[in-house]
Design a protein around this ligand. Structure first.
Ligand SMILES: Nc1ncnc2c1ncn2[C@@H]1O[C@H](COP(=O)(O)OP(=O)(O)OP(=O)(O)O)[C@@H](O)[C@H]1O
Length: 266
């Protein structure tokens, strides 16, 4: 049930492993710490990483008369999480399903979860544009999708795939809220010199080319690993880091683009 959800943001990536789940999770946490009520839905059926990233593995979910009850990360109930991972017995269990079964499961996830009032529902999707993405778009009737955030790394091969995502968004009528370039440059913790291990600025160039906002460029930050398993964002954990500054700016832009501007203090 999406009727109490004000904004749905879908996070997409052309390639796997570019940090889409990390960005989705950090975005959800940062929005929550900014004062919004947030839901995080992980529809990456073959590789659900949200429970792992938030330290919620092994959480039991149950169904009430109105549907699946999401997991709340704390008593304030400001972050609700739902993932296929909660239905799997172990992290090693593979999901081997054909398209139609995946479609049914995602439809259920979108229509049968008892989301309370949310300012934002962030949907973490699998890489590419497949059954899962088309199903999400089909289900957006009660609450039309507010827009998509595309995550890419700076390498040419990842950027090529993002172009396909841009075309997908245009064809399905999803507004592109912007592009996040992730794992762009490594800032040495000792001398603070930034080394562009891959190329750099590809996300900016692609955003200019596609005429969509470039939301930010996140560096490779080994400290992001420390946040795995925690429910605090980089904003509160490493407030002075360049990663936190970029994330803060991304949240500000998304809040402005979705007409929910709010002072960001975290
Ligand atoms: N900016 C970053 N700095 C350092 N490590 C990062 C950064 N972004 C992501 N990572 C790490 O990279 C790995 C892959 O990230 P993540 O699982 O978010 O990618 P994904 O695109 O969602 O992958 P998948 O294709 O499996 O869905 C994780 O170990 C994550 O901690």
């Amino acid at each position: 049930m999406l009727d109490k959800v004000k904004n749905v943001i879908v996070v997409l990536s052309g390639k796997g492993g570019v940090g889409k789940s990390t960005v989705s999770t950090q975005l959800a946490l940062a929005l929550r710490e900014t004062g919004y009520k947030v839901g995080l839905l992980d529809i990456d059926l073959c590789g659900p990483s949200v429970p792992y990233l938030l330290g919620l593995e092994g959480s039991d979910i149950y169904q009430c008369d109105e549907g699946w009850v999401p997991i709340y990360t704390d008593e304030t109930k400001t972050l609700a999480v739902m993932s296929i991972g909660f239905l799997l017995k172990s992290r090693d269990d593979p999901v081997i399903w054909r398209g139609p079964k995946k479609t049914v499961m995602i439809k259920q996830f979108l229509t049968d979860v008892k989301w309370e009032e949310l300012d934002y529902l962030i949907i973490d999707t699998p890489p590419g544009t497949s059954d899962e993405h088309i199903t999400v778009m089909e289900c957006m009737r009660e609450v039309p999708c507010t827009g998509a955030v595309l995550v890419t790394t700076p390498q040419g091969v990842a950027l090529d795939d993002v172009r396909k995502e841009i075309t997908f968004c245009k064809k399905t009528g999803i507004k592109l809220l912007g592009i996040v370039e992730n794992m762009s440059g490594f800032v040495c913790p000792h001398c603070t010199t930034c080394t562009n291990i891959f190329s750099s600025n590809g996300g900016v160039e692609l955003a200019n080319f596609a005429q969509v906002p470039h939301l930010g460029t996140l560096p490779i930050d080994p400290r992001m690993g420390v946040l795995v398993g925690s429910t605090s964002s980089v904003l509160s954990h490493l407030p002075d880091s360049s990663t936190a500054q970029v994330m803060r700016h991304i949240v500000q832009q998304l809040a402005a683009a979705t007409a929910q501007p709010q002072e960001i203090t975290a």
